[in-house]
Design a binder for this molecule. Structure first.
Ligand code: ATP
Length: 241
């Protein structure tokens, strides 16, 4: 069954068409890579799906219901969570309070003991068990990313949008990050992953969608898409390809 459907989605910034008639469906439980060279419109697409940007044209539906006119909070309440390219945390708070802030904005907010118990579970799920009282600004980069993921998971999302969540990790951290995303996939969360780290894309994504200059140029099984000459040309340019 389709969880997410984009139909002719377009975003214009003045004279620039950043996303041009983008259409694709995500099936429930899929982990799909959204790829493309810098500036091809991937983050803009995530921003429209999550409601941070209004579409200029086209429609976005979640489980068949149109969401393209809803704001980010209402889309989050319907089960869409995301991480950002630049990690967004509240550095002056503890790790637990960062997650508490996310729990407070759920459709059914959690407070007090129920929140504390849920924070412990969320932190354990992302590999930060027992770290609730630690100041957020003392975390290493990968642990900040883990905390950002715990905040995204606080809303019990059906669909998780990851914007280069694995960028900047060393090889050991990357392995841990891939294992963590695999564990989310095994819980049935549908994942749309914007990613430049191809080892991660191969390990995690059964299917990939590729954008170039705002338009979709490929959509299919990962191995096929990554071997597609048009995709290789888009990444490397004509001469290098
Ligand atoms: N708020 C904005 N105002 C004007 N132009 C924008 C805005 N956001 C993005 N753009 C432009 O839209 C195009 C697509 O940008 P976008 O960030 O979606 O690409 P991307 O594929 O995510 O790139 P990267 O891989 O570098 O993150 C770019 O030309 C960018 O400069």
């Amino acid at each position: 069954m389709n969880l997410l459907s984009l139909n002719g989605v377009t975003k214009r910034f003045g004279g620039l068409t950043a996303v041009n008639g983008l259409s694709f469906d995500l099936l429930e439980g899929e982990t799909v890579g959204l790829l493309g060279p810098n500036g091809s419109g991937k983050t803009t697409a995530l921003n429209m799906i999550s409601g941070y940007l209004r579409v200029s044209g086209g429609t976005i539906a979640l489980s068949g219901d149109a969401i393209s006119r809803l704001g980010p909070e209402r889309i989050a309440h319907r089960g869409v969570a995301r991480t950002f390219q630049l990690v967004r945390v509240l550095p002056s708070l503890s790790v637990g309070d960062n997650v508490l802030a996310a729990l407070a904005f759920r459709q059914t907010p959690l407070w007090g003991k129920a929140a504390a118990a849920h924070i412990d579970t969320l932190l354990a799920d992302v590999g930060l068990a027992g770290r609730a009282s630690q100041p957020a600004d003392s975390l290493t980069y990968i642990d900040l990313k883990r905390m950002e993921l715990a905040r995204a998971l606080a809303s019990d999302p059906k669909l998780l949008l990851l914007d280069e969540w694995l960028a900047g990790l060393n090889p050991t951290e990357l392995r841990a990050g891939i294992d963590l995303i695999t564990s989310l996939r095994q819980r049935g969360i549908t994942i749309l992953l914007v990613e430049h780290v191809m080892d991660a894309v191969r390990a995690l994504c059964t299917r990939c969608i590729v954008m170039n200059a705002g338009s979709k140029i490929a959509d299919g099984p990962t191995a096929e898409v990554l071997a597609d000459p048009e995709v290789i040309r888009a990444y490397l340019g004509d001469e290098d390809a």
